[in-house]
Design a protein around this ligand. Structure first.
Ligand SMILES: Cc1cc2nc3c(=O)[nH]c(=O)nc-3n(C[C@H](O)[C@H](O)[C@H](O)COP(=O)(O)OP(=O)(O)OC[C@H]3O[C@@H](n4cnc5c(N)ncnc54)[C@H](O)[C@@H]3O)c2cc1C
Length: 381
């Protein structure tokens, strides 16, 4: 492992890797990535692979729009097939409040150039034959949303970054950050120290711990989010289906499996990734209620990962007041995978001072003092 680097990235998830890959593409590769586990150990290897542009805030819509364009090229660019299938996302609203929210979102999405449409329950059944629309008031649908297989996306970015000179150290846990005054001196790990003056905290659900090592407090909290996958079935389900009333979502992967999860209002913040029968039970009941033909399908596996949740549903991006060169790229909740390509690219341009995209001032920690950012309300899980 190198003992000195221009930039150290803590966390080898999709966010840290996307940043490293884009920096290296721009010619800056004196970067060391420190990852405590294997690639895909964190949320980036445990998520549902959903990629949508249906959001309630303009920034999320625009960022995910640009990410979709980048995901469309990623397999070609990296040589790793990410199995991206744009079958759309179908949201179901069951009461007047949710229906009004979808209506408002659709107007905003259309303004930003996303062709989302409101559908009647009957039209939704046309898209998903057998869908139980009893009690559904209205749906929203955008056909260019989709799903991908997260692992090859992570591996592809890692491989490209490595080829361009980035050093990726797996099974290397950061234990502390040594700071002199306001300046970072080195990052300590269980395999030795790396001297640097710039550190990116891309540690997902662990980012609050990394921040504390540098004497900063983040408002992010980790929440367990459980998910499951069925046996593979012949392709029959085109869009990701998501019921806003209980936060159920499921889609069919390119490998044929049904993969999805559900919100749990009783889940408190924790550092647990155990699997529960409660989830299995609630999720299966909800899926069968929505799509009764799934009743005979076998569930193969369930697992869990962290949502790294901020108070307003937006990520934390940019500098902190307390320490120079300590950059935050965390707090992505249940939607960091889909934002990773564009956030990594914009962050690389910002780090290299090629451009100052406003997200790095708008979404830095100071917003919690000024309260200026609009809350993202279309958060699932
Ligand atoms: C079940 C589930 C379903 C999801 N579904 C979706 C979805 O459909 N679409 C979507 O866009 N997003 C989804 N998400 C969210 C998405 O997975 C995350 O937002 C995204 O992967 C975050 O990436 P990251 O790089 O910030 O974090 P991670 O992938 O968690 O990476 C952080 C890394 O930091 C490492 N680390 C932590 N502490 C240390 C340390 N001390 N030393 C060294 N390394 C350390 C961890 O090991 C980890 O690998 C889902 C998440 C879960 C859990």
């Amino acid at each position: 492992m190198k003992d000195r680097a221009d930039l150290v990235i803590i966390g080898g998830g999709v966010i840290g890797l996307s940043l490293a890959y884009h920096l290296a593409k721009m010619g800056f590769s004196d970067i060391v990535i420190l990852e405590q586990g294997y690639l895909c150990f964190g949320a980036s290897g445990r998520n549902g692979g959903g990629v949508r542009q249906q959001w309630s805030t303009e920034d999320h819509i625009e960022l995910s729009r640009q990410s979709v364009a980048m995901f469309r090229n990623l397999s070609r660019e990296t040589g790793y097939n990410i199995w991206f299938r744009q079958g759309g996302y179908l949201f179901l609203a069951r009461n007047a409040e949710m229906a009004a929210q979808l209506e408002q979102n659709v107007k905003l999405q259309n303004r930003v150039g996303i062709p989302t449409r409101l559908l009647s329950p009957a039209e939704a059944q046309g898209l998903v034959p057998g869908l139980n629309t009893q009690g559904v008031e209205v749906c929203s649908y955008n056909g260019s949303d989709g799903v991908l297989f997260p692992w090859p996306a992570v591996w592809g970015m890692a491989e490209m970054a490595k080829q361009l000179g980035v050093e990726i150290n797996t099974f290397t846990r950061v234990t502390d950050i040594d700071i002199k005054g306001r300046t970072i001196a080195k990052v300590l790990t269980d395999r030795g120290a790396v001297a640097t003056q710039r550190v990116v905290n891309a540690a997902g659900g662990w980012s609050w711990q990394i921040a504390r090592m540098a004497g900063c407090e983040l408002p992010n909290k980790p929440y367990r989010h459980e998910i499951l996958v069925s046996e593979p079935l012949r392709p029959f389900l085109h869009p990701m289906v998501s019921d806003l009333s209980d936060g159920t979502y499921f889609s069919q992967t390119m490998r044929g499996e049904i993969c999805g999860g559900i919100s749990d209002p009783e889940e408190g913040s924790s550092m647990s990734t155990s699997s529960s029968f409660r989830f299995l039970n609630r999720m299966c009941q909800s899926m069968i209620h929505l799509l009764p033909t799934l009743a005979g399908v076998k569930i193969l596996r369930q697992w869990a990962g962290y949502y790294d949740v901020t108070p307003d549903g937006n990520p934390i991006l940019g500098k902190v007041n307390e320490v120079d060169g300590f950059i935050q790229l965390n707090g992505f909740g249940g939607h960091g995978f889909m934002l990773a390509p564009i956030v990594g690219k914009l962050a690389a341009e910002w780090v290299l001072r090629k451009s100052e995209h406003p997200i790095f001032s708008k979404y830095n920690l100071n917003r919690f003092k000024s309260g200026e950012v609009k809350k993202e309300s279309l958060v699932i899980g």
